[in-house]
Design a protein around this ligand. Structure first.
Ligand SMILES: [Cu+2]
Length: 142
């Protein structure tokens, strides 16, 4: 009789440990990508990030105002579709717009949290002329 109680107690303990592991892995699906923005580049803290909840923390270390548009696309970073004005990316023709951070003034920090599926994403600044000046980079989500 006493042995059965011990066995039951052991099973409860194992169940609690398993639940604890589940909670820990759920929390680890949230990740942060730090992005330094300046003329004329994006510097990502990492070129790839696990799928799930991704928080982009942007800091504008440049002098001009910038923005960041996140596109899901397989186009090469230097071959996005350009609007008729020749100076802006045609966002919807280039891919799926996942989100953006606008009006990031010099010295400002802003963040956006997105739920990203595995795939290839391109980050660009779509202020007139900024994409062509080099403000584009690729993020792999896996
Ligand atoms: Cu810009």
């Amino acid at each position: 009789m006493h042995g059965k109680k011990l066995l039951l107690g052991g099973l409860v303990l194992v169940a609690l440990v398993l639940v604890g592991c589940d909670l820990a892995s759920a929390q680890s699906t949230s990740h942060t990508a730090r992005v330094v923005v300046r003329e004329w580049a994006f510097e990502l803290s990492s070129a790839s990030i696990p799928a799930g909840e991704v928080t982009f923390q942007l800091v504008n270390q440049g002098q001009a105002e910038h923005e960041m548009v996140i596109l899901k696309t397989d186009l090469p970073a230097n071959a996005l579709k350009i609007k008729a004005n020749g100076a802006e990316v045609d966002e919807s023709a280039s891919g799926e717009v996942m989100g953006e951070v606008e009006d990031l003034g010099s010295g400002q920090t802003k963040s956006v949290t997105l739920n990203l599926a595995p795939g290839r994403y391109v980050l660009t600044c779509n202020i007139l002329g900024h994409y062509k000046a080099g403000m584009v980079t690729v993020l792999e989500v896996n």
